[in-house]
Design a protein around this ligand. Structure first.
Ligand code: NDP
Ligand code: BG6
Length: 509
């Protein structure tokens, strides 16, 4: 007989159960915590993927009681959770949530946190395991890390409970630095206090099901895996179009621009997963080794190459899905002469045995006509194009499109003979849709990433050398390059500046 559902009723067996722990979220009143982290933790709890003894402590500056914090979280869960229809389970979840008011500079705050973590109520049920999450403005990453070290919080259980050691881990949000030097500084600071295997650098694209599927699709299907090289592939197009603009983050975006905000991290992740060699084993170290090799193989950007390989754009006033939207320079906190790109297309070359000669086009843009993230692989035609030579209309290259979001799926384009007396080839598509095959809504990326960090699996997180390599590669595009690559304006709600096609090779586009 089954009783009423309870929050942890879906729990896997003890073997599959993640360990109990205390999760300390710095930046607990922030947008990320409310829109993503706490709804993700609730969803995990409903799915039975959070140990029942888990404690969650929110840390931020504004004074508030545990009760007030829990009420705020209820609203977040109502709005953003996959399980907003299961709010009857919230009372059990909220019992594990606490709030700790402090400023990130305050020594007393860290001492009080330490006392909490060492108290019997926390240490015993959680076996001393602690996961810190830095969901704060990036300027606080280093001060918090230093203070965690200075006040004995980075190795809290290792020193305090010999014989019963718990783990201590830290998740660092993006952006991980704003250039190579700052990323190196941040790596140095974090590795002075934590060991690399305790550090989880987030790129939420890695938590997306469809992004993980890039590797699975390639390496589990010989039909496609064996075509995955310059022998058969003509060009690769990685595109992240967003309909949204800067969403109230004008001050941040004006400093970052699309190259730092999207390309250095999310698009490079998509590129490395697409281009990497099969790892020797399906485990964190091996996979991350292969991704770093791709970054090492990128043809370095020389100043004289910039006009040929980069197009930068910025949106002007327009309409997205019928709704009027301001131009970038009219957004709050953006100077009227801003040179910050909200669109970029870069042509990159992976100079290795597998990919030499195949251009990779990386495109990211805000205020496009619609949201669409995809990887399009265009295949070469036969050297002897029989039907083209015979003047047959309609021959098109084969194309594989991995739709990352939305309408997640994979399609393959090929040509068939149109029925009838004339020889005409029509392009048609075979299409796989996640929505049709799996009806349930996939877990959010943050659910997967929190789950993996709790389990100690760093496969889906960026390693220190990976982050530094990506900054090294993109560095020549981050300074004042307005002369080499003048800003091209595009109307909001369109698909970017006309000039974007200028960098496509005519025979590989
Ligand atoms: P917010 O500005 O919304 O939140 C900042 C948080 O930090 C608040 O809880 C604030 O507390 C707290 N805080 C700020 N200064 C202090 C201080 N001196 N002492 C104590 N608490 C302080 O930031 P977001 O949630 O938007 O972003 C957090 C991180 O996540 C950033 O690194 C961002 O780049 C990253 N990120 C965010 C995304 C998003 O969609 N929001 C997406 C991807 C990454 P209080 O309110 O009490 O002042
Ligand atoms: C964030 C960027 O990392 O990713 C945002 O800072 C961007 O500017 C967001 O909108 C896109 O994420 P997603 O999951 O909506 O594609």
């Amino acid at each position: 007989m089954t009783g009423p559902a309870t929050l942890f009723s879906g729990s896997p067996t003890t073997n599959g159960m993640p360990p109990p722990l205390t999760i300390i979220i710095f930046g607990a009143s922030g947008d990320l915590t409310h829109r993503k982290l706490l709804p993700a933790l609730f969803d995990q709890a409903v799915d039975g993927l959070l140990h029942p003894e888990t404690r969650i402590v929110g840390v931020a500056r504004s004074p508030k009681t545990h009760g007030e914090f829990r009420e705020e979280i209820l609203t977040s869960v109502q709005t953003f959770s996959r399980y907003s229809g299961k709010l009857d389970l919230f009372p059990e979840f909220e019992k594990r949530i606490f709030y700790h008011a402090m400023t990130f500079e305050d020594p007393n705050g860290y001492n009080a946190l330490r006392t909490t973590l060492l108290s019997e109520d926390f240490r015993n049920p959680t076996k001393g395991n602690v996961l810190y999450y830095l969901a704060t403005p990036p300027s606080y990453f280093v001060p918090i890390i230093r203070n965690l070290g200075a006040y004995g919080l980075s190795a809290i259980n290792e020193s305090e409970t010999p014989g019963e050691k718990g783990f201590t881990r830290i998740i660092v949000e993006k952006p991980f630095g704003h250039d190579l030097a700052s990323a190196q500084d941040l790596n140095r600071e974090v590795l002075q206090v934590f060991r690399e295997n305790q550090v989880f650098r987030i790129d939420h694209y890695l938590g997306k099901e469809t992004v993980q599927n890039i590797v699975v699709f390639r390496l589990s299907n010989p039909v496609f895996g064996s075509l995955w090289s310059n022998v058969h592939v003509k060009s690769v197009h990685i595109t992240v179009h967003e309909a949204v603009g800067v969403e109230g983050r004008g001050a941040y975006f004006e400093e970052a621009g699309i190259l730092r905000d999207m390309v250095q991290n999310h698009l490079f992740q998509l590129m490395t997963l697409t281009a990497m060699e099969p790892p020797v084993a399906f485990e964190a170290q091996a996979i991350r080794d292969e991704k770093v090799k791709v970054l090492r193989s990128l043809r370095p950007i020389r100043t004289e190459d910039i006009p040929r390989i980069l197009v930068r754009g910025q949106y002007t006033v327009g309409e997205v899905a019928g709704v009027p939207v301001p131009g970038y320079r009219n957004e709050p906190k953006i100077p009227p002469t801003s040179d910050t790109p909200t669109f970029a297309r870069i042509k990159v070359e992976v100079q290795n045995w597998r990919w030499a000669g195949v251009p990779f086009y990386l495109t990211a843009g805000k205020r496009m006509s619609r949201r669409e993230t995809s990887i399009r692989i265009v295949f070469k035609e036969f050297p002897f194009a029989l039907f083209r030579l015979a003047g047959c209309p309609g021959t098109v290259p084969n194309e594989l499109v991995i739709r990352i979001q939305p309408n997640e799926g994979i399609s393959l384009r090929f040509g068939i003979k149109r029925p009838g007396g004339q020889l005409v080839i029509d392009p048609v598509e075979m299409d796989f849709s996640y929505q049709t095959a799996y009806h349930d809504k996939a877990p959010d990326a943050y659910e997967r990433l929190l789950h993996d960090a709790i389990a100690g699996d760093s496969t889906l997180f960026a390693r220190n050398d990976e982050v530094e390599r990506s900054w090294t590669f993109i560095a020549p595009l981050l300074g004042d390059i307005s002369r080499l690559s003048p800003l091209r304006f595009y109307t909001a709600g369109t698909d970017g500046p006309e000039e974007q096609d200028r960098i496509n090779d005519p025979d590989t586009a």
